[in-house]
Design a binder for this molecule. Structure first.
Ligand code: NAP
Length: 242
């Protein structure tokens, strides 16, 4: 069976992507780091709609954790493969750079950028051998235009975009596509502390987006219909920045 792995699939945008891909009949691997209850809830939501899902907990920022979990899954799933990978795990640790601590810089970069590298490298060989694969990386408006207080996050997301474009060229001939989704402000736990009332005045659409609006694009990029789209960065931001 061809599985879809969604890192940070237990909550927010990742959860919506898990539900979208499950509705497209893919069995789902829900990755998360620590919030076990949220991951179980996502699995139950998928199962209640007739889909199939397994939990695959690992810290995307830790090469050993990711390698061990994926290796164990592969050892116990002979004949199955992970054909769709959504690198969605991400964190914010905002601070003006003048006050930013090393930990704030490294944790954010480790999760988004290094996590993409560890997990994608591990799964690429199978995709290249089977000559079909979809890699979808969740960046951000912040990685396109830069946002104050987010030099760490903007750097990680911009680097993720650069890496995705380079990887897209490496693997295109093997029918593996690599694309980036750059969401604007989306209603999730990550944006709960933001002043939505004030921020939405800047958004041409006049509102924050919903996780399902990002997931719909991820579903399309994962489909056969998107076979000729690769190396692209597509914004889902209500017109905030194009
Ligand atoms: P969220 O609601 O905070 O959920 C984050 C998810 O990532 C959770 O499932 C969390 O699992 C997981 N995660 C965090 N660190 C991890 C790690 N080291 N290893 C494995 N899983 C980890 O965030 P969200 O808003 O859905 O954001 C999802 C992605 O979209 C992120 O990459 C974010 O940067 C990006 N994004 C979000 C927005 C927005 O407005 N919300 C805008 C642009 C881009 P646990 O609960 O177990 O920690």
């Amino acid at each position: 069976m061809k599985y879809a792995l969604v890192t940070g699939g237990s909550r927010g945008i990742g959860r919506a992507i898990c539900l979208q891909l499950a509705a497209m009949q893919y069995p789902i691997l829900i990755n998360y780091r620590s919030n076990h209850e949220a991951a179980i809830d996502t699995r139950l939501q998928i199962e209640s709609k007739g889909g199939k899902a397994e939990l695959l907990s690992f810290d995307a920022a830790d090469p050993h954790s990711a390698d061990d979990a994926i290796g164990h899954w592969q050892d116990t799933h002979e004949g199955d493969s992970i054909a769709i990978l959504v690198n969605n795990a991400g964190i914010r640790m905002d601070s003006m750079m003048v006050f930013m601590q090393n930990e704030q810089w490294h944790k954010v970069v480790d999760t988004t950028l290094n996590g993409f590298f560890y997990v994608t490298r591990r799964l690429l060989k199978d995709m290249l051998t089977s000559r079909w694969g979809r890699i979808i990386n969740i960046a951000s408006l912040s990685g396109l235009k830069g946002l104050p207080g987010q030099t760490n996050y903007s750097a990680a997301k911009a680097a993720l975009i650069g890496a995705s474009k380079a990887l897209a060229l490496e693997v295109a001939a093997r029918k593996v596509t690599v694309n980036v989704i750059a969401p604007g402000f989306i209603e999730t736990d990550m944006t709960r502390d933001l002043d939505e009332k004030q921020l939405k005045q800047m958004i041409p659409a006049g509102r924050f987006g919903q996780p399902e609006e990002v997931a719909a694009l991820a579903g399309f990029l994962a489909s056969n219909e998107a076979a000729y789209i690769t190396g692209e960065v597509i914004s889902v931001n209500g017109g905030l920045y194009t």
